[in-house]
Design a protein around this ligand. Structure first.
Ligand SMILES: [Zn+2]
Ligand SMILES: [Zn+2]
Length: 174
């Protein structure tokens, strides 16, 4: 994983509704090392992390520097990086770095990776490219990497939903 992957972890955790362990596992499914071991304790540990990520992004969307710094630095302090080099988890060597001791709970590493990923994302993109989905009933945050910064929705699904609704209302009026 690299910094872009950790930002992806941060956004998936930010936008996950976390009612139960299967929901957490779904949010982490791209990393089986985390998702397959995740349990109730990880869920309890990661809910406040997700809330902190959301507060950070709410401040980013509002271009509130002080709020961004306060929230993300609180996460970084509470969930510090403790990198560990690993030779892999099977017979074939597969050198990689974990963001925390991989023998600890998945939540320990996920929290550190997500805080690092979002902090690095803010360094990389500044505050101008974060958004909150414009679709009714969607509470997701997104990163807009388009050249014209025209993104308004978290996903093609939300964009389609809104466009179809607008089209129907125009048809009714016409
Ligand atoms: Zn590993
Ligand atoms: Zn959305």
């Amino acid at each position: 994983m690299d910094n872009a992957d950790y930002l992806d972890v941060a956004l998936r955790l930010t936008n996950a509704t976390l009612p139960d362990v299967p929901a957490l596992r779904a949010a982490l499914h791209e990393e089986p090392w985390w998702s397959e071991r995740a349990g109730e304790e990880d869920l309890a540990a990661l809910r406040p992390v997700a809330a902190g990520l959301r507060r950070t992004l709410a401040h980013a969307v509002a271009a509130e520097h002080d709020g961004v710094l306060r929230e993300i630095n609180a996460l970084l302090a509470a969930h510090p990086l403790r990198p560990r080099l690993s030779a892999g988890h099977s017979a074939e060597p597969n050198w990689h770095i974990h963001m925390a001791d991989p023998t600890e709970s998945p939540a320990t590493e996920v929290a550190a990776a997500a805080a690092w990923g979002l902090a690095h994302g803010i360094v990389h993109y500044g505050l101008g490219r974060w958004g909150h989905c414009g679709a009714d009933g969607c509470d997701n945050y997104y990163l807009d990497t388009s050249t014209n910064r025209a993104k308004r929705f978290c996903s093609p699904r939300c964009a389609n939903r809104v466009h179809v609704a607008a089209f129907r209302s125009r048809q009714r009026e016409g």
